[in-house]
Design a protein around this ligand. Structure first.
Ligand code: ASP
Length: 325
């Protein structure tokens, strides 16, 4: 597949203080989500952009409510991602991109910051909500990653919602597949992810995607690879990534954010900025975005692509939804 590189727009940072401004109390809970990085978000017309923002707002409100009610970060991450998987605008669940064989193969992972428990599925074809299957792999098996037919079989045994391939079909993704096959612009934006800190002090992270448009049949990206697309450890942070997955795998990007905090005591916003400008070279297919919530409730959402659908909220009253810079 030939990828057309987009011009790199200035790296965008969105950070928040981890202390409520009015009372200087520590943040009790915090949550951030992304709906994929890519400047194509800005090519949507005004109504479409408003719809995307509505969906992001609903998703972050859902997650915030779970956390405000004392729910767990794992529940918040799973429910937020299910919401985004069910919205056809995003490249996860319904609306997943087409692979080179004209089908849909979905990847997802989830991680619990308490003990680094994690679960993932790759290349599933019949699962409506891959993030929930990833959680079942974490909780119901001794394994971390199930793939292909075995993962679909596991889904059947667990009684999760199954769908046929037609369910994932959308005109938008079909048209994008035709364009990519003709070696025009790559349009895979829309991977989704969520990171959260709950009132019990526990972090969780999750990511879900249909992958890259026209990816080779059987290709697995970073989203189901713990340490590449997803990572969480209560000692440091929870991370979810989006972008051209091969580079996130090569550089263990999600783990790198945590490692920089742990071993170098690097501030999170600086760690993510260096990764997006130095480790990942946007001019060499290193385009992407990273969202992080730290153990003390700091949120950073950065990208080197001109846009990233995103939202965040915390107990200090933060509530924001954005796509561009
Ligand atoms: N990281 C995903 C993958 O490579 C795609 C994306 O985030 O846009 O499968």
């Amino acid at each position: 597949m030939k990828t057309v590189y987009l011009p790199v727009v200035a790296l965008v940072l969105m950070n928040s203080p981890a202390v409520a401004a009015d009372n200087l109390e520590p943040v009790r809970y915090a949550i951030a989500l992304h709906g994929g990085a890519g400047s194509d978000w800005l090519k949507l017309d005004t109504n479409e952009q408003a719809d995307v923002k509505d969906s992001l707002r609903q998703a972050i409100t859902l997650g915030k409510t779970i956390l405000a009610d004392g729910g767990t970060s794992l529940d918040a991450v799973e429910q937020v991602i299910r919401h985004l998987e069910n919205d056809p605008i995003f490249n996860a669940g319904k609306g997943a991109v087409f692979n080179s064989a004209g089908g849909h193969e979905l990847d997802a992972s989830i991680m619990d910051g308490r003990d680094r428990a994690c679960g993932a599925v790759a290349g599933v074809k019949t699962v409506k909500n891959p993030i929930s299957l990833a959680r079942l792999v974490m909780q119901e098996t001794r394994h971390v990653l199930l793939s292909g037919d075995g993962a679909d079989q596991f889904a059947k045994e667990q009684g999760v919602d199954l769908v046929d391939q037609q369910y994932f079909w959308t005109q938008r993704r079909y048209d994008a597949w035709q364009r990519v096959k003709q070696q025009q612009a790559d349009d895979h934006k829309g991977t989704v992810g969520c990171v959260a800190l709950d009132t019990h002090g526990n972090l969780a992270a999750g990511t879900s995607t249909g992958g890259l448009t026209n990816k080779l049949y059987g290709r697995i990206g970073d989203s189901p690879i713990v340490g590449a697309g997803t990572f969480a450890d209560n000692k440091t942070c929870a991370v979810s990534c989006t972008g051209v997955g091969e580079n996130f795998i090569r550089n263990a990007i999600a783990y790198d954010v945590s490692a920089r905090m742990a071993y170098k005591q690097q501030p999170v916003e600086e760690a993510v900025r260096e990764i997006l400008t130095q480790t990942l070279d946007p001019s060499k297919n290193g385009q992407g975005g990273i969202i992080v919530v730290t153990h003390d409730g700091k949120i950073t959402m950065q990208f080197n692509t001109g846009a990233m659908a995103r939202a965040s909220a915390d107990s200090a009253g933060r509530l924001e939804v954005a796509m561009g810079e």
